[in-house]
Design a protein around this ligand. Sequence first.
Ligand code: PLP
Length: 677
Amino acid sequence: MEIYLDTNATTPVLVQAAQAARQAMAEDFGNPSSVHSTGLKARAMLDQVRARARRLLDTGAGHLLFVSGATEGIQTAVLSALNELRSRRAAGDDSARWLLYGATEHKAVPEALKHWSQLLGLELPLLAIPVNRQGLHDLDFLREHAPHAGIVCTMAANNETGVISDLAGIEVVLQQTGSQAMWLVDSVQALGKLELHLSRSRIDYAPFSGHKLYAPKGVGLLYVREGAPFTPLLAGGGQEGSLRAGTENMAGIAALGAVLAAFEDGITFRDEQTLRSYQTRLAAALEAAFPGLIFNAEPALSLPTTLNFAVPGLSSRLLQDLFDAAESRVSGGSACSAAKAQPSYVLQAMGLPEWQAAGAVRLSFGPVADEAFISEACARIAACGLSLRRNCLSPVGNDPTIGDGITRFTQDGACCYLLADSASQRCLLIDPLPEMVDALAQALQCQGYPLLAVLGSKPEQQQARALLAQALGDLMPTAACDASGWPLHHETLALGASQLSRQQHREGPLLLSVAGQPQLAFTGGLDRKTLEHVPPDLLLAPGSDEVQLIATTWGACHALPVLALESSKLQAFVDAHPDALLVDVREPYEQFLSLTPKLNGVALQAMPLSRLLNALPTWLAEQRPLLFFCRSGNRSRQAAMALARLGHSQAWTLVGGLALLPSAPAEQFQPDPALYV
Ligand code: PLP
């Protein structure tokens, strides 16, 4: 069963909302502008939903328009305010010198300001109202700038942190300074979570979005204070009192109406006190699972349904993958590009350290959450903590681990290799970098094997060796070594059945052999010329690997095609390839938590991408059909590409990964340690 903890991004549609939408599409499908009975019925529903929304938001005499969502509401509000500024300017009023918006606003706000200011020829500068460490607007800045502001945009609650703005304080400043600015309050995250009495405030525009509160995507509301300037964004058939043309999204509006009715019934939605108690339980579960965790915003100052946190030493991406493996959906506090997480501009604006801004995770739940849901969410969080401790990734309290074979550590494309032998309890490191030292030291301490050597001749690798010596103490090699870390008077370094050797002139690659037969060469930063004498079919493990080759050979230039398998064809594939091996390339902390497809009689192997090198020689020799899978299909594609490039003719990737397979029923959610650990 999925535990969805990302409601600030979007919510599922409430059952009664889906029913209302279905009815509006199939039965009461009239156009509310038609004068016949079918149209009148539709009009009555529309009026009813609007009346309910007016009551709940306490809109007084203000307008409440149905729009497609908050982004449209924001455009309409900004266009209206900026068009008014243009008229004022034309009438000789030049008092507006800038446009103010909170530094933590959703991008829709500053982007709309920029767009319309330019289109309307206003070209007024945008000034961000700074926020303090708590994420609250700097009211002194506002006091200073409000008199010459054309518009002031301050969201009701932040989507990343949940921080609740001091709207009352902002209103006082606007009043005291006699500001003529129009006031836009993006209220998307407040709906259903904070009480709003719009008619009692000076707020001119307040956009809302249905899909953040159990209605479908594509429907929203815009409140416009009575008397506030207004310019329609859409002109046409005169719908919505000519304020917003276009036939209304009746299915969406019906669904929104059902959500608002559920909100009013006092049963479906939890009250604020209950939501706070849920927030407290989740916060405690997080702190217990991830020692050292820091909340990026004070939970008590945030929406009772949002927690934003970071864990020292763990990236946002790792934590998201971990939660995802536990069938629990959270999001990064920031937008992620494929290669590297971008730090959150919201957390940066709050002045948080870079690691917190880049490592943020947001957990959010909706007001229909109940006891059972929160208990299950806490259990999943605990399972995530356990997985980290089992796999030596927790900041404290890790279990000992057994190391065997080759594990690759990467940092911004650079690769370091840890070679371990569980029988002799020895290990060695190739090409560590200073940025990797914390992670390496933690892994080596959990494993507890003494190091035979820490190899690498570049200055940064020597620096990493010195840092590791500080962190590891007794586990560091004791024998005297040369500048590259190679122990003096040793031709080879024995690690169980394998031997590591280097070439006479020392500038060549490090060769890993078994029974005298080279299996793999670690090439470090060597170029092709230096590697000329290496046999064309010897596997090469690169020193840097930005494009995830994983391994290559000189002969690997005629790549075979990667075979892609759609998830719907999985059973057929297994039936057609009884000798196939299904390979889970996710990392061990994900494998520990998560179900894999239950397919009778099929061989399954856990081989994380970081350890793929270990299996390559056997797989290439066997040429048995291999089907790689992971969470999203990304890593499995990389594995299949590596195999195809190396000449494997039957390397498949499961397109879309486990995410596209039907989700497992609730009772099947069990970490499966027997299979993987
Ligand atoms: N404002 C805030 C605070 C939001 O969280 C969002 C959605 O992410 C939006 C605006 C945009 O809303 P919509 O998706 O309805 O256009």
